[in-house]
Design a protein around this ligand. Structure first.
Ligand code: S3P
Length: 450
């Protein structure tokens, strides 16, 4: 499945037998973006193995080259990045096209906020709808000059300035916003502080430490965190091994859980405690997921997952768990459609501003496939009786990779096939998804199903 065609590529998942065997999912998307960005501003040469070579991350690689970093892929798949040093970015010659990637867009907005030139950003139709005001507000408070479409949306231009540090409380639980501020702080004198009421993924903090910077993280009694960074520290190149993406593993884990008789092992999966909410939730629903070889690798927790099929039951998912599994709700909705009983998932406002409005996109697809649910402003309640849903829908994916893959997983276990309108977007985060799941025993093919 490649995206080198101008036209939509429908893809169909057919009811399949058990999945079995071992697989290695592509590298973590969040860590891959950050490896390129921090490698690109560190002094020296960073090697990165296991980098996700999906379209989103390649946008960040291209941008870092535009800023003057030397970014090369070796024949062995190991990437070498020679950084230009904090405060020494070069003015890009081109408009930076961030494609479908909110992470590339928001993190790089932070990075250029202190650079003494103007950077122009654009993206695809999905990215142009996404809220950027959440990044614009703190960056402007630090002194950056930003011109954008209404609501802070893309395309936009940032003229970097000598910034002043801020003490900023995140109004939404967003690791992208937190990271944008920390990236703006890299070349800002004094101490920049970000406070988060709910903990979000901490790959930026981990990577700053990995590159030799000092960063102070204080845990608050109410469950939040305060992160303080003194700007203008030098970052030193440090090699990185990117673990498999738990958000990609999620699709295979749900498939192996709902397809009777399955037994699948996924090796080298990132299990950062701020990312593992889906696996905890599936286990609470009755899934059989074993974690093996838990270890630490380049500042991140990593392990292997063995998933065996099991019957699921509905639960109430604690809303406060949402940040640790925010990208996994679409496929959790699929798991819930096979569970016996009611699964309630709330606290999910943020799903409305992802690559698509994931609550309404999932609701439309679930309806087309005969799943009973109630859509709430901030979540979904799914009622199921433990028998496979009807299936048969043709699903609109709205340029959203996670909607695409979620419905292909559904179609492996429904009574009739499920077709998605366009599979190309899966390349953003999971190149080789179709080939990998088929190698485990699934039947997913190009074209519309009969
Ligand atoms: C990401 C943070 C999350 C997540 C996204 C990747 C990151 O977004 O949904 O896929 O790498 O920081 P938010 O910061 O908007 O929650």
């Amino acid at each position: 499945m490649t995206s080198d065609t101008q036209f939509p590529v429908p893809v169909t998942a057919r009811p399949s037998g058990p999945l079995s065997g071992a697989a290695r999912v592509p590298g973590d998307k969040s860590i891959s973006h950050r490896a390129l960005i921090f490698g690109g501003v560190a002094v020296g040469t960073t090697t990165v193995s296991g980098l996700l070579e999906g379209e989103d991350v390649l946008r960040t690689a291209a941008a870092m080259r535009q800023f003057g970093a030397n970014v090369e892929r070796g024949e062995n798949g190991v990437w070498r990045i020679t950084g230009c040093g904090v405060g020494a970015l070069r003015e890009p010659d081109e408009v930076l096209d961030m494609g479908n990637s909110g992470t590339a867009a928001r993190l790089l907005m932070g990075l250029v906020a202190s650079a003494p030139f103007t950077t122009f950003f654009m993206g695809d139709a999905s990215l142009h709808k996404r809220p950027m005001g959440r990044v614009r507000v703190p960056l402007e408070e630090m002194g950056a000059k930003i011109i954008s479409r209404s609501g802070g949306r893309f395309p936009l231009a940032i003229t970097g300035q000598s910034l002043i540090p801020i003490d900023y409380e995140l109004p939404v639980a967003s690791a992208q916003v937190k990271s944008a501020i920390l990236l703006a702080a890299l070349d800002t004198p004094g101490i920049t502080r970000v406070r988060e009421g709910k903990r979000t993924r901490d790959h930026t903090e981990n990577m700053l430490r990995h590159f030799g910077a000092e960063i102070t993280v204080t845990e608050n009694a109410d469950g939040g965190r305060s992160i303080a960074y003194r700007g203008q520290q030098e970052l030193t190149a440090a090699d990185i091994i990117v673990p498999g993406d738990p958000s990609s593993a999620a699709f295979l884990a749900v498939a192996a859980t709902i397809l009777p008789g399955s037994d699948v092992t996924l090796s080298n999966i990132g299990l950062n405690p701020l990312r593992d909410g889906l696996f905890i939730t599936l286990r609470e629903m009755g899934a059989n997921i074993e974690i093996l070889n838990l270890r630490e690798q380049a500042g991140e927790r990593v392990g292997d997952l063995r998933i065996r099929a099991s019957t699921l039951h509905g639960i109430e998912v604690p809303p406060e768990r949402a940040p640790s599994m925010i990208d996994e709700y679409p496929v959790l909705f699929i798991a819930a459609a096979f569970a016996k009983g009611r699964t309630t998932m709330r606290g999910l406002h943020e799903l409305r501003v992802k690559e698509s409005d994931r609550l309404s996109a999932m609701a439309a697809g679930l309806k087309a496939c005969g799943v009973a649910f109630e859509e709430l402003e901030d979540g979904l309640i799914i009622d199921a009786d433990g028998t496979p849903p009807k299936g048969g829908g043709v699903i609109e994916t709205h340029l959203d990779h996670r909607i695409a893959m979620s419905f292909l997983i559904l179609g492996l276990a429904t009574q009739t096939p499920v077709t998605i309108d366009d599979g190309r977007v899966m390349e953003t985060s999971f190149p080789g998804f179709v080939e990998m799941i088929n190698a485990l025993g699934a039947t997913v093919t190009r074209g519309r199903g009969a």
